[in-house]
Each structure stands twice: as C-alpha cells, then as structure tokens.
Design a protein. Structure first.
Length: 451
C-alpha cells in the first residue's frame, strides 16, 4: 500500500465504504422491469445522486435515457484551468440467477472469508464506492486537483444503449480530457492492471417456425419438421468440432501478444470440472480477448417437467456474439444473422432480430494519462508494475465516448478480478482491492493534474 497520506485516509474510510456498499447492494436494481420493479432502480439512482450532492457536486441530475432508465450525472469543479476527468460506473446489476444457490442472500452485503458478497458488489456498485473514496481522500488532503464529472449508468448490463444515445444527443455533457471507466478489473487480486481492449457484442434473437401447431409425436413424428430440432441444428453450426466459434465470413484466428493467461489458471478461475476440456484453439488469451465467441444465452422450449410427446411447431433462442477489437460489430451482426439463416435446415422459417449491440474498443496506452495511471498503480500496489490485459466483456459506452471525444484518453480499471465471479452466483469484492484501487485513482488524479 502507498505511504502517501491518501492511503491512510482511505484506510480510515473503509468502514464507511462498507456501510455504503451495503446500502447500495440492497437495491434490486436490475434494469429489466419485467423481472424487478422499476422502483428499485430508481431508488438506487437517487442514492447515487444524494451521495454526489453530499460530496459537493453541482448540477446533479437524474437523466432519463431513451431506453427508459436513469443515469446519474454530477459535476465537481476543480481549480481554474485544471483538466476535466470523467469517472464512470453503473448501478444496475445482473439478475441474481438462482437465489437458492447463493451462500448468503444476493442483495445483502455479507462478509465471508475476507470478501464482501452481494450482487453488484464488484460489478459495478463497488465502482461507485471506489470513485467516492478517491474523491474524499483528495478532499481531505489538499483538495481535488481536477474538474470531475461523474456519470453512473442505469442499464449497462442490459446492453440497451440508453446512455450512449443520450450522450450522442447531448454531446457536451460528458466531454472530458480523460475518462476513467471503473468497470473493468485486475488480472489477479493484487496485480495492478489496466484493461487495454474490450470485445464488442451483439445480441440476436432467433425464431424458428415449422408447423401451424404442435403435433402428436407418435402420429406425425419422423416426417413432420421439428422446429426445436431445426433450431438446435442451426445453433450447432456456430461451433467447430473443437468448440471454436465459426460464423461464416468472420475471422477467428487473431492472436493476443500481451499478458498471457495460463490454462491451469483459467481452469481454476472458470471452475471447469475435472476431465472437461477447454474449447477453441490458440492460447487462452487469444480465445477470450482476441477472437469472436458465440454463446447461446437461452432457448424457449418446453421444460422437461410437464413435457408432452409432441413435435414442436416453434422455438426461439437468444444468442450473444462477442466481437474482437478490429471487427465492426454491425458487420459481425449481419454475418451472424446470415449464418443462422443459411444453416437452418429443412426450409424452416427463421427470423433473426438484433436486440443489442456494442462496438469493441482498443485504448491508446501510450498517452500521458496511462503514464500517470501506471505511476499511481505502482505506488498503490507497493511498487508492482501495472500490467495491460484484454477483457472479453463489452462496455459499449467506451466506443461512443471515443467517437464523441476523439482527443480524450480512456482508461479502464475496476474491481472485477476473477475471484469476484461477476454475473454468477456468489459475486463478491475484495475490500483490499477496493482500498488499493481507490488509492490508485486518487493518486492518478493528482499526478494527471500535475502532468
């Protein structure tokens, strides 16, 4: 830990940070209002707005974005002539999945084995707390040396693009010299890491129809075309024998030449069962950071319990395609849709509908802001050199911001290291990581202002 007074201040603030994260995690702020009440997300947004006001932010506002959710904005003025830094996080979270599978309730922050468990603790309500800690430490040690804008999104996990469209309609609002996205994570706990690339993504809903209605499988099975079987065939065509993603016309042979991810480490992090092989070719880093990856997120079909002996007339699936840097997500979506339509058998009627999309991202790691962050990370992490890694996930806002503000430097840090298990049951955050990254962010803002 850094010996700067900043570190001591943040250490003293950690009990308050835990109490605040407890409050924030308690909101069931899943931005799918068919599953969770809108009031939960609105309450979380108001909590963030109140926290910004308490820190002296001006112009605090709940922004009604085009996808029907709210993002929270605030501005904290710094010294005259100082650069402006935009700090980003999101308060919306993934659904808890099977609540019974959680060791402790997903919306109750619970300390266990040195970690704090709860949905959103790392992704990304912990990021909100990280920003607050950094700013409080600076205020207690000479003041915040830059102008600070904060934007906390309300629908990042849904991929519905509300904040991106709002930013495009209000291009001056988020303008900044440097942008810190607090929604990534270290490669390992205790290893300071900046994320230099993000895969983009596209979500496509596939609907297959073959019959006017379900038929008795004994009377008609064997000749009547089964829509569910047709869908399974189409989905299977998206993978080669080794599990590599195969979308017609989409390259899948790029390589990652930075920090590598050892297979044994990946198996442990991913909790792969003994005897089960990893899929794809090349290094693990190639597969998760540099190449496309398709995932079937869900299928609409009869459940096993209560199923009847019927030939299915219709079936649906939701597909995610992660798009590597250097590939246009719009073009990748077209290729995915064309592939599905070409590989659906038996003349079955197939419809594909894009319901979400985000472009991949590549940062300029030679910028002055990255130099300042590298110094800050090294100081906060007891002299360890900052590493650069990719991230297989997507943050569509990054590309929107880089397009709107081409001169802005964009850095990605955060709390979502492998042990955090974001998007899975038993998500957690390391309080030590929260403390160190808050120190790093505070030191970065000071060093960047002086650069």
């Amino acid at each position: 830990m850094s010996r700067d007074p900043i570190a001591g201040t943040i250490a003293s603030l950690m009990p308050k940070a835990k109490a605040e994260l407890t409050e924030l995690v308690a909101f069931k702020s899943v931005a799918d209002f068919g599953q969770f009440p809108r009031s939960e997300s609105e309450a979380a947004a108001n909590w963030v707005a109140d926290a910004l006001r308490a820190e002296g932010f001006r112009d605090v506002a709940l922004l009604d974005t085009p996808d029907g959710t709210q993002s929270v904005y605030g501005f904290l003025p710094g010294p005259e002539g100082a650069p402006t830094v935009l700090l980003y996080a999101h308060y919306d979270v993934q659904p808890p999945l099977d609540e019974a599978a959680w060791a402790t309730p997903p919306f109750e922050l619970t300390e266990r084995n040195g970690r704090w468990y709860g949905r959103g603790s790392a992704d990304c309500k912990g990021g909100v707390i990280m920003h607050l800690l950094a700013l409080r430490a600076l205020k207690a040690n000479g003041g915040v040396p830059v102008n600070v804008k904060v934007i906390v999104e309300g629908s990042e996990e849904q991929g519905t693009g509300g904040l991106e469209r709002y930013a495009e309609e209000h291009p001056d609002l988020l303008a900044a010299d440097t942008i810190v996205i607090g929604d990534a994570g270290n490669f390992r706990v205790g290893l300071p890491t900046a994320t230099s690339t993000l895969r983009g993504m596209t979500l496509v809903r596939v609907t297959v129809d073959t019959l006017e209605g379900n038929l008795h499988s004994g009377q008609f099975g064997g000749a009547a075309p089964d829509a569910l079987a047709a869908l399974v065939r189409a989905l299977d065509s998206l993978r080669a024998e080794d599990g590599s993603t195969t979308v017609d016309g989409l390259a899948g042979d790029a390589v990652w030449d930075g920090l590598q991810y050892e297979e044994d480490d990946f198996r442990r992090d991913a909790k792969v069962l003994d005897g089960v092989e990893l899929i794809g070719g090349g290094t693990v880093a190639d597969r998760i950071w540099a190449r496309p990856a398709v995932t079937v997120l869900g299928i609409d079909c009869p459940p096993v319990v209560g199923a009847t002996p019927s030939v299915q007339a219709g079936a649906r699936a939701l597909i995610s395609l992660r798009v590597p840097p250097g590939v246009d997500a719009v073009e990748a979506t077209k290729l995915l849709q064309a592939h599905i339509e070409a590989h659906t058998p038996w003349g079955a009627r197939v419809r594909t509908e894009q319901i979400g999309q985000g472009q991949p991202f590549r940062a300029d790691t030679t910028s002055p802001a990255y130099a300042a962050m590298a110094e800050a990370m090294s100081e906060a992490y007891a002299g360890q050199e900052m590493q650069y890694a990719g991230q297989g996930g997507s943050i569509p806002l990054c590309n929107t911001l880089s397009t709107l503000y081409p001169r802005a430097e964009i850095l990605l840090i955060g709390l979502s290291e492998p042990e955090a298990q974001i998007h899975a049951v038993n998500e957690s955050v390391s309080p030590e990581e929260l403390e160190r990254l808050s120190v790093a962010e505070a030191l970065f803002l000071r060093k960047y202002a002086a650069s």
